[in-house]
Design a protein around this ligand. Structure first.
Ligand code: UD1
Ligand code: CA
Length: 442
């Protein structure tokens, strides 16, 4: 069997009024990535010739950064799903092959499922993705025999008997071009909503097959459509469970799986152990053998193998925590590079810094990296020891194997191997306290 060529059209022109939001519906995020971004990533993994996003005119600007290099076509008026697909016709003028229609608000569909659908469709005009549910309210219902679908009836147009049907239209389908354009041109809008339904193309084609995801042993929730914020939280849960599954099956341990939140792009290595209530923002890579203790928040960072982070640590973008390094409780690290075996175990802020191998940063150390206008770098040499409660006023360098005395405010460079002490000299006044107490307590 030769594989047919593929183009993807993503419908996203809907306003999504039920979200009650100023933000277009498909830009609401799941695991830190807009729904539309999820659909685009999945579409990209199918390596189609083209990906075209259908947008309302006033959403184009906001869509651009999510859509990237792919084409956006505007649908000036929302006259229905059939009309929306038709908007892509001129962008696909000479294309012959399968046009896969995806929805911006059905973000959890997996590439594997779509590949199977395309296989199922081969040799037919239309292939449709379907699912069964005990709660079919709102979905189009399938009229079928065996694997053939003869017709889809929208809920609003359905008879009482048809509403009993539990087999539903996911909306996602593949259709042969150029036949698609002929079928769309012939659509009528003589239905309750007065819209051009993409679903009417099923009956018109006379040659549509369907695939029920549950027949493949897959969960139907990958076809869930997001219309309101409750469904958005539901979809977030479905996504998180999927990511947790991938992480643990990849050889990591989640001590309390439901409390760990991943970003869509979080990468976790083997033999990583993650405690409860750990949250990953975008762009985190955790190498093998790392331990992340409870209540830590990580974003835009690399944690190298054998390192330990937390509990209650915050690692912010631009940070690299070196091999076997230690970032302990109430330590915040931003845009800083920790060398192998370096430690900041308690109560510190390390920003815009380079920390050499095996350096030890005492409790309460602060890099004063910002003067209210500009940011400056702090450089801490390999093997350096920073005493507790030190303020390192950047730009500043502490040399290799140097020591900074506790409570110092360091404003100029410390040479390699030196001791720097920068604080008031202690003075003891004999019997001063005795005199004081005798007077006050009498
Ligand atoms: C549609 C299907 C229904 C299916 C359901 C699955 C039709 C007629 N009905 O119904 O059978 O069970 O999806 O979720 O196709 N859109 C546009 N332009 C338009 C209209 C819609 O881009 O003019 C986009 C929306 O942004 C959305 C998608 O198409 O991403 C689906 O539209 P929506 O109005 O939500 O269709 P449903 O009523 O849910
Ligand atoms: Ca919908």
């Amino acid at each position: 069997m030769t594989e047919s060529k593929l183009a993807v059209v993503i419908l996203a022109a809907g306003k999504g009024t039920r979200m009650k939001s100023a933000l277009p519906k498909v830009l609401h995020k799941i695991a830190g990535l807009p729904m539309l971004g999820h659909v685009i990533r999945t579409a990209e993994s199918l390596a189609p010739e083209k990906i075209i996003v259908i947008s309302a005119p006033d959403q184009v600007k906001q869509f651009r950064s999510v859509v990237g290099k792919h084409e956006i076509v505007t649908q000036d008026q929302q006259l229905g799903t059939g009309h929306a697909v038709r908007c892509a016709e001129s962008a696909l003028k000479n294309f012959t092959g399968d046009v896969l229609v995806l929805y911006g608000d059905v973000p959890l569909v997996r590439a594997e499922t779509l590949k199977e659908l395309l296989q199922k469709k081969s040799g037919h005009t239309v292939g449709l993705l379907a699912f069964k549910t005990e709660h079919p309210h709102g979905y189009g219902r399938l009229i079928t025999t065996a694997d053939r679908v003869h017709k889809i009836v929208e809920e609003k147009d359905a008879s009482a008997d048809e509403r009993e049907i539990k087999l539903c239209n996911s909306g996602l389908m593949a259709i042969s071009a150029p036949r698609l354009w002929e079928l769309l041109a012939a659509l009528k809008n003589d239905n309750v909503q007065g819209e051009y339904y993409l679903t009417d193309l099923i009956a018109a084609s006379g040659d549509a097959v369907f695939m029920n995801v549950q027949d493949r042993g897959w969960a139907h929730n990958e076809l869930m459509g997001i219309n309101d914020r409750y469904q958005l939280t539901d979809a977030e849960n479905v996504y998180q469970n999927r990511h947790r599954w991938d992480v643990v099956m990849g050889g990591a341990t989640l001590q309390c799986n439901y409390s760990v939140i991943f970003s869509y792009d979080t990468k976790i290595g083997q033999d990583v152990v993650i405690g409860a209530n750990v949250v990953f923002g975008p762009g985190v890579v955790v190498e093998s053998g790392v331990e992340i203790l409870p209540f830590s928040h990580l974003e835009g960072c690399i944690i190298k193998s054998g390192a330990r982070v937390g509990p209650f640590a915050r690692v912010r973008p631009g940070s690299v925590i070196g091999t076997d390094a230690r970032i302990g409780n109430f330590v915040e690290v931003k845009n800083s590079d920790f060398g192998a075996g370096a430690k900041a175990n308690h109560l510190s802020y390390i920003g815009d810094a380079a920390v050499g191998e095996s350096a030890n940063i005492g409790a309460g150390t602060i890099t004063c990296n910002y003067d209210g206008v500009n940011k400056y770098k702090t450089d801490i040499g390999a093997g350096a020891f920073i005493g507790s409660n030190t303020a390192l006023v950047a730009p500043v360098r502490v040399g290799n194997d140097a020591i900074v005395g506790a409570g110092s405010v360091i404003t100029s460079d410390v040479p390699d191997h030196a001791l720097a002490v920068a604080r008031g000299v202690q003075k003891n006044i004999a019997d001063w306290a005795k005199t004081f107490f005798n007077k006050e307590k009498k």
